[in-house]
Design a protein around this ligand. Structure first.
Ligand code: HAM
Length: 440
């Protein structure tokens, strides 16, 4: 006998008087945001792409703590980088140590490689990671105080093929996500040997312009002149065009290395352009530096470069490295603006519907039988009426509803309803899992 579905109540259910939205006393901290279920379709898609690309290129998964000794970043990321100078969340613990919420993960990965002597197991060490980072920045579009990065690091090899591979892997993630117009900007900022000579030339160039550039750049002139080329202030932009370029001041080995990277890049079909003003904001970079953009304008999707001395700066052995990180929120923002679909939400083809307490109890154990069989089934046990439960099943696009009432419990039967055409059949409870298995 077909089951009778009760009519909907005439009046909509009254919502309980609770304070929600802005009226609720708590909100997420400025610059930090919740990732709601509807956003996880995007985030999961990014994670899936990262895993696929990482596995393909032989990167191994690594994670390091969110809290590290603050000195790791002061020395590694660098005291003159804006990230450490102005944006780091530093905490003094009860025992007087200074720890920092990681603003980036590269120094942490290098520390872990040295601390665990991973060189004996992984040489070169190829690692990938993904997780939250923290920077006390002024929040704006695509810029948060807590954000997620996915990144790659290759340690202990100075083969330039890995500089190209890091760029390729970063680009591949964008391709996996079907992002359009992604372009790589590339430069070389030299090494210990050639950079001081270049910096001297840069300072000479800016010497008679100090009164005309922004306040931050007058400070950068003293602490980190390279960063003047990164300045977006309208006072400073006009001077960048005539400024000496690092690629004209590379030593023989850096020149050769940059040429090699470009040759590899030409093999890879990654769209790139040389940007002589690209310098990056972290202090450890050497040789190749790069950033990825979707289109001409806007925030970088990711960036990275070589860091030949980071290990030594941290007190470790001589060990070159190269890496990159992509901003997950920025990838998601671009997916949304370019209309890239998220992963569909987790759906179940089968939905359990109960009528009465006895049936609810019986379905609780039936859930476990489906779990053992590896079949996902959903339920709406908190709803009492048959109609309300079927409504959820419908919303979730379930193909079959398994309906059990007191009579069915007594007779050890299940009413199997085909949600598409409304047809129903009764199936013995002990055969329901295998019946469903055949149907889906
Ligand atoms: P980064 O350029 O500072 O490099 O950050 C990499 C990416 O993280 C940026 O391109 C951007 O997409 C994202 N990102 C940075 N800050 C924020 C923010 N406040 N809000 C949202 N997204 C942000 C690094 O972090 C280096 N560790 C990359 C690297 C790895 N270099 C060598 N190995």
């Amino acid at each position: 006998m077909p089951i009778k579905i009760p009519r909907a109540p005439k009046k909509a259910e009254k919502k309980p008087a609770v304070r929600t939205g802005k009226k609720f006393g708590f909100q997420s901290v400025k610059g930090m945001h919740d990732t709601l279920p509807e956003d996880f379709g995007y985030r999961d898609k990014v994670e899936k792409a990262v895993k696929k690309v990482a596995n393909f290129y032989g990167f191994l998964h690594i994670d390091t703590p969110i809290l590290e000794d603050a000195k790791l970043y002061e020395r590694g990321t660098g005291l003159t980088s804006e990230v450490v100078e102005k944006q780091m969340y530093t905490i003094r613990t009860g025992t007087g140590e200074y720890v920092a919420l990681r603003p980036e993960q590269t120094p942490g990965v290098v520390r872990a490689y040295i601390e665990h002597a991973l060189v004996y197991s992984y040489n070169p060490g190829k690692f990938y990671y993904s997780g939250p980072m923290f920077r006390h920045e002024q929040p704006q579009s695509g810029r948060f105080r807590q954000f997620n990065q996915c990144g790659f690091e290759i340690l202990n090899s100075n083969d330039m093929v890995y500089h190209a591979q890091i760029i390729e892997a970063s680009y591949k993630i964008c391709q996996e996500l079907k992002l359009k117009n992604v372009q790589v900007k590339l430069n070389s900022i030299g090494c210990r040997n050639c950079r001081p000579g270049y910096v001297k030339k840069l300072k000479e160039y800016y010497k008679d312009k100090l009164s005309k550039i922004c306040k931050d750049c007058t400070q950068r002139y003293k602490d980190n002149p390279l960063r003047m080329l990164d300045c977006k202030n309208e006072k400073c932009v006009p001077f960048k065009a005539e400024a000496p370029q690092s690629i004209d001041h590379l030593c023989t080995s850096c020149k050769r290395d940059f040429k090699t990277v470009l040759e590899y890049m030409d093999e890879l079909h990654v769209p790139y352009m040389i940007d002589v003003t690209l310098v990056r904001g972290l202090d450890y970079y050497t040789k190749t530096v790069f950033e990825l953009f979707a289109g001409e304008e806007g925030n970088a999707l990711g960036g990275g470069g070589g860091y030949d001395y980071l290990s030594e700066i941290l007190g470790g052995p001589k060990m070159p490295g190269v890496g990159a990180a992509l901003g997950v929120e920025r990838l998601i923002g671009t997916m949304k603006s370019q209309g890239v679909a998220p992963l569909p939400p987790m759906q179940s083809k089968v939905f359990l519907v109960y009528m009465g307490d006895q049936a609810k109890k019986r379905l609780l154990s039936m859930l476990e039988e489906f779990y053992e069989a590896g079949i996902t089934v959903h339920e709406a046990f908190a709803k009492e009426s048959l109609k309300a439960q079927l409504k959820v099943a419908d919303k979730e696009k379930a193909e079959y509803a398994l309906i059990v009432g007191q009579k069915e419990v007594f007779e050890e039967m299940v009413l199997l309803r085909d949600m598409k055409n409304g047809s129903q059949e009764t199936v013995p409870m002990k055969r329901i899992v295998e019946t469903i298995k055949k149907k889906i």
